[in-house]
Write a protein that binds this ligand. Structure first.
Ligand SMILES: *Cc1c(COP(=O)(O)O)cnc(C)c1O
Length: 344
């Protein structure tokens, strides 16, 4: 991979902002008069660690990825946007993605004025590496994959993903926002093999922390250096860093949530499959499932009337008459089933 050619020229030339906390790294100091902070109101008066070193150490234990291979952002959405800002020249470069998939890849492409090419998944929402690679050209800087995929719920076939990473001469992003719910080996553990791979993780799903906005990108240190160069200096606030660390100290809680949610998933799916309104249920490795129903718009509005909100994917490619339904608590899932059983 030729890194020089991949990175936008303005980003290669960029001298990043040097913040007060970057310049000072000694441990002995106790008088901080370098950042124009108010000396009162500790600990909120101080700028947070711009590179979140402590939190990365803790995450490293749980994720099996060294801190040197980590970027932390304001949700995964920050990492998604940074991929465009670092690698894609507006109006010139393009990216290639599977369809259907997570909407932010396309929104961020349009915001950055970068052409977005979608390649429909095959029957059963399977990835076809040949079709995806055929859509790439010399101006394709990044390929977007998501596994388990949103909104379809399935994992992409590992051998096809591996082919894309090995054969595409640019950045390949594999978004593993839902990998905690899956038994498949996560790609973040294979980073050493793939210098062009970026794996995304988030605290918004399995970790139950969507409110704190913490996303992760795992990649080769050369890519991480670019993320750090372009990001806002204090992109992850202190309260988020503290709350994330607290979650990492309560791994049994995470395990318990995962067990409950996966058990609920195994009960809810067959029950939904038996309903007369259900035409097809797609297999899922995530904490949601995609169901093709008799009339998605009507069932969606019927559920809204009963105070139950699901995601209507009726207007998404290959998702005609499909609803995406998140696994809730046992009680919430019961309520959903009861409502669906009464639908006429
Ligand atoms: C929910 C989700 C995310 C999470 O984004 P955050 O900005 O971290 O909340 C990322 N990718 C996919 C595919 C998702 O479904």
């Amino acid at each position: 991979m030729n890194f020089e050619q991949l990175v936008r020229p303005n980003i290669q030339r960029l001298t990043p902002y040097s913040c007060a906390r970057d310049e000072f790294k000694g441990k002995a100091a106790h008088v901080f008069l370098d950042a124009n902070e108010n000396p009162y109101n500790a600990p909120l008066n101080r700028y947070p660690d711009p590179l979140q070193e402590e939190l990365k150490q803790e995450l490293s234990r749980v994720k099996g990825v060294p801190p040197t291979h980590m970027f932390l952002g304001n949700g995964s959405d920050e990492a998604i946007d940074l991929v465009y800002r670092i690698f894609c020249e507006p109006k010139v470069d393009n990216v290639v993605a599977i369809a259907p998939t997570y909407g932010m890849y396309e929104v961020c492409a349009h915001i950055n004025d970068v052409e977005y090419r979608s390649v429909p998944l095959d029957e059963g929402f399977r990835l076809n590496a040949d079709k995806l690679l055929a859509a790439c050209d010399s101006k394709t800087k990044a390929v977007w994959l998501c596994s388990p995929n949103n909104p379809t719920g399935n994992c992409l076939l590992r051998s096809e993903v591996e082919r894309v990473i090995s054969e595409f001469p640019g950045i390949v992003v594999v978004d593993e926002a839902y990998s905690d719910f899956s038994q498949q080996r996560p790609f973040r553990l294979d980073l050493p093999q793939y210098p062009n791979l970026i794996v995304l993780n988030t605290m918004s799903k399995a970790w139950g922390c969507a409110a704190i906005r913490l996303g992760m990108a795992f990649a080769d240190p050369a890519i991480i250096a670019l993320f750090n160069k372009v990001k806002y200096p204090y992109n992850v606030n202190l309260l988020t860093q503290q709350q994330a660390a607290e979650m990492l100290h309560n791994l049994p809680k995470l395990q318990q949530w995962l067990t409950t949610i996966c058990t609920e998933r195994s009960h809810l799916l067959p029950a939904v499959a038996e309903l007369p309104l259900c035409r097809r249920l797609y297999p899922t490795d995530a904490n949601f499932f995609l169901a093709e129903v008799t009339d998605a718009d009507s069932i969606y509005h019927y559920l809204v009337e009963r105070g139950i909100i699901v995601r209507n994917r009726n207007r998404v490619v290959l998702c005609g008459n499909c609803l995406r339904i998140t696994i809730g608590t046992p009680q919430e899932n019961c309520e959903l089933l009861a409502a669906l059983r009464q639908y006429r």
